[in-house]
Design a protein around this ligand. Structure first.
Ligand SMILES: NC(=O)c1ccc[n+]([C@@H]2O[C@H](COP(=O)([O-])OP(=O)(O)OC[C@H]3O[C@@H](n4cnc5c(N)ncnc54)[C@H](O)[C@@H]3O)[C@@H](O)[C@H]2O)c1
Length: 327
């Protein structure tokens, strides 16, 4: 298939693009390089530097590539905290950009669409692990924007017959030898902890150690980026058969913030000091996914369920690329 990947110079988009190419698909890689890195786009993909807000650029892209079979939409503003400061970036720009993409997709007759959605839809879960029946309570304008895009997809299926999968990732993590996580600012736990091991931060701040969890720190579900990429490939291939689907994606194991830090100490051999700060507003104590539906329906089987293997893959890349994609 020929797949348009938006956000293909970013963390998850670049690694998924590489997996698509390895599986024999063609990739048109779109990114405005706001957060992404040209060097992350795999050789073999056709790179188009463009912003989804730029409708003329989208018109050109779809005119140049009239045979796109499916779209994987990773491009987005992605920061929960930033969305509490700048809600319009999320509730206007994320939505308008997705709407532009959808408009050109259906005009071009594209039949398949995969959305990067999020666990930030589940701010107040009733049951743990969290399955697709859980009530939606967006935790921020970021989460709200993803939920609204899911709703747009629902209506585009009803009206235009577009088949979609909304993949709600929990905490993406890990790297491959060739590509890794390089965000500015970095807000994700594992790369932040590894920056201490690299001497780039003095210590890790742990927000709250009085949660109702075994060690008092928040528990999260870390799902490896290669397992996420695999879920995208399976969902894209299955869409015609399964119809539109929503899947929660996690590895089903929860790890606490202190467990992550301890594992990073073991893997890096660095003492990695940490300090305890008060809780951050809006952090639920525990978020663990049930991914039974995608396991059952698509045979998805995460390969990285062990925290040490996840951290090792991340440390390998960060040690080789201490300044990320910057030489
Ligand atoms: N990383 C996670 O843990 C996580 C968890 C849940 C959901 N997600 C979602 O997965 C997707 C990918 O996340 P990521 O961590 O790889 O983010 P990322 O920032 O590394 O990648 C996003 C890419 O999109 C590009 N982009 C942003 N706005 C654009 C625009 N208007 N036009 C063109 N390109 C644009 C950026 O330059 C960047 O390269 C996002 O949609 C994010 O919301 C991520």
């Amino acid at each position: 298939m020929k797949i348009l990947v938006t956000g293909a110079a970013g963390y998850i988009g670049s690694i998924t693009s590489a997996e698509l190419l390895a599986a024999g698909h063609q990739v048109v890689a779109l990114d405005n390089l706001y957060q992404g890195h040209a060097a992350a786009v795999p050789p073999g993909a056709t790179f188009v530097q463009a912003d989804l807000a730029d409708r003329a650029a989208l018109a050109n892209l779809f005119a140049d590539h009239q045979d796109i079979d499916g779209i994987m939409h990773f491009a987005s503003y992605t920061l929960v905290g930033e969305s509490m400061q700048q809600p319009l970036r999320y509730m206007r720009d994320n939505l308008v950009n997705a709407a532009n993409l959808l408009e050109y997709s259906v005009a071009a007759g594209v039949r398949r669409f995969i959305l990067s959605s999020t666990a930030n839809l589940f701010d107040d879960p009733v049951r743990m692990p969290i399955d697709e029946q859980e009530r939606i309570v967006p935790g921020s304008p970021y989460g709200e924007s993803k939920f609204f895009i899911e709703r747009m997809l629902h209506w585009f299926e009803r009206i235009y017959g577009l088949r979609y999968a909304a993949l709600r990732y929990f905490n993406a993590c890990g790297d491959t030898p060739e590509r890794g996580e390089d965000h500015t600012p970095e807000t994700h736990l594992i790369p932040v902890v590894l920056q201490v091991a690299l001497g780039q931060r003095p210590a890790v701040t742990v927000f709250g150690d009085d949660y109702p969890t075994p060690d008092g720190t928040c528990v999260r579900d870390f799902v490896h980026v290669l397992d996420l990429a695999q879920a995208h490939l399976l969902a894209m291939e299955a869409l015609e058969r399964t119809g539109s689907r929503t899947y929660n994606l996690g590895n089903g194991n929860g790890f606490s913030v202190l467990q992550v830090i301890e594992t990073c100490r073991r893997v890096t051999g660095h003492p990695i000091p940490h300090t305890i700060s008060p809780r951050r507003a809006g952090d639920p104590a525990t978020l663990i996914a049930s991914s039974e539906r995608i396991r059952r329906e698509l045979g998805w089987q995460p390969r990285f369920t062990d925290l040490e293997a996840i951290v090792r893959s991340a440390w390998e890349w960060h040690r080789q690329h201490p300044h990320g994609y910057q030489e």
